[in-house]
Design a protein around this ligand. Structure first.
Ligand code: GLU
Ligand code: MG
Length: 438
């Protein structure tokens, strides 16, 4: 049989799913200019396969315009069709950005940060996931044998990422049975999010070729450990110099980074509606599970909402370039462009307001601090359910203002429709259903 190569133009939607339309690859030059049509109401697809209340109904048209830099072509050379896809902006038919386009939201947020402060945010998304072909044995956390026993997956995955132009920093067997982790170096905000999407899709693509699957769902079982997405970030000037670090300040946090962090801390409960956006997110975000359930900035603490990450070595220039923070109340049921856009805008709000630097915890556990001690440091318990996160968003007009009104309305309607479906599910059922989706 003859094969006609297929290319997909895609976007990541509000539910963190990559969707789109394809065409014969021979049309690529034309399609990069003209795009491909898309239906506004498709934005209302929920994670669970239903459609939330749509303001567009059956009306209207938008366009997927591919970002040529995001083209992925990975041929696994096993007789299966190659992976061939692009990530797209969504435009109105007159070529202007659609007010509900996730990538345009992030681009606008990054442009605002640059215009107002002269600063650039660099970020990287650290992903954990479960591989169904892991062949785990008890106690193989971080084990060499866990890498051996998961067979061809790791190297095939790294090969696919390399072919797609994604540089990998580390790859390892994580703590839970069948759990692995992949990290990539920091990039500017847009590229970091593109990379996060490609990292997830090529993990799925690789597992599929090997007759298996991966799940990035934050919890695949109610017990045990979850899979997080840790969002690392730092601030840089336009000359490529790091500006988050200042050794003369407490904890090495520069004035501007302190303002940025305090902005995030102040709005973190509402940010959770975007960073940990599904019912299964809250089966992971439980106390003392190495996630981050408080809005604290913690020195090298893997249970802080915002961790001050370690630096290695003593050369001040190297330390300044390594210095970064990690937002831990995040997972892969979210859209990375939305996650980073709201984190960035919260940080920018902190800079605008000239907020005082946070008072980081070092040895203390927010859980055992008195309510007064927590309040003195603005440490809040993050939401304990998806409904509570959405309520926090609806109670925070500043965070609501981070999105164009119609996108905010669409997002809330989408999430409400999704949450209504799972309200009667047991934790086991929630895990099972979301493991399949993510
Ligand atoms: N698996 C943990 C999480 O759900 C993180 C473990 C780690 O610190 O890498 O976020
Ligand atoms: Mg990890």
């Amino acid at each position: 049989m003859q094969h006609d190569p297929l290319t997909m133009f895609t976007y990541m939607d509000l539910s963190g799913q990559v969707r789109g339309k394809g065409f014969p690859t021979s049309q690529i030059a034309k399609r990069l200019k003209t795009g491909i049509g898309w239906t506004p109401t498709n934005l209302m697809f929920t994670a669970l396969g239903t459609i939330g209340a749509s303001v567009w109904g059956a009306h209207g048209d938008v366009m997927f315009m591919a970002d040529p830099e995001t083209g992925v072509e990975v041929d696994y050379a096993d007789g299966t069709p190659a992976e061939r896809f692009y990530l797209c902006d969504v435009h109105n038919t007159d070529g202007t950005p659609w007010d509900c386009c996730p990538r345009s939201l992030l681009r606008a947020a990054a442009a605002e940060l640059l215009a107002e402060t002269g600063l650039v945010l660099k970020a990287t998304f650290e992903h954990e996931f479960i591989y169904s072909g892991a062949n785990s044995r008890t106690g193989d956390n971080y084990a060499l044998d866990a890498i051996r026993r998961h067979g061809a997956f790791g190297e095939t995955y790294l090969g696919a990422l390399k072919t797609a132009g994604v540089e990998v920093d580390t790859y390892l067997a994580e703590f839970a049975a069948g759990q692995f982790e992949v990290t990539v170096p920091p990039l500017d905000a847009m590229k970091a999010c593109n990379t996060a999407v490609i990292v997830r899709e090529l993990a799925r693509a690789t597992a599929f070729r090997l007759g298996h699957g991966v799940s990035f769902s934050p919890r695949v079982t109610p017990d045990g450990l979850g899979s997080g997405v840790h969002i690392h970030f730092s601030l840089w000037d336009q000359n490529g110099q790091p500006v988050s670090h200042d050794p003369s300040q407490p904890f090495g946090i520069s004035t501007v980074a302190g303002q940025f962090l305090s902005g995030i801390v102040q709005h973190m409960p509402a940010l959770c509606a975007f960073t940990a956006p599904t019912p299964v997110s809250y089966l992971r975000l439980v106390s003392h599970s190495w996630t981050g359930v408080w809005s604290n900035v913690g020195l090298r603490d893997r249970e802080a909402g915002l961790r001050i990450c370690p630096t290695f070595g003593t050369d001040p220039e190297v330390v300044a370039r390594q210095f970064n923070f990690e937002y831990r109340a995040a997972d892969a049921t979210a859209n990375p462009y939305l996650q980073l856009a709201v984190i960035l805008r919260a940080g920018l709000a902190g800079i605008r307001a000239g907020l005082a630097a946070p008072q980081p915890t070092s040895e203390e556990d927010p859980e055992t601090m008195t309510p007064e001690a927590r309040a003195a440091r603005h440490i809040m318990r993050l939401p304990t359910s998806a409904d509570a996160a959405l309520a926090a968003l609806q109670a925070d007009p500043v965070v609501q203002g981070f999105l164009p009104p119609r996108l905010l309305q669409a997002y809330i309607a989408n999430k409400q429709a999704e949450f209504a479906l799972s309200r009667d599910w047991t934790p086991a059922e929630i895990c099972r259903r979301y493991a399949e989706v993510y």
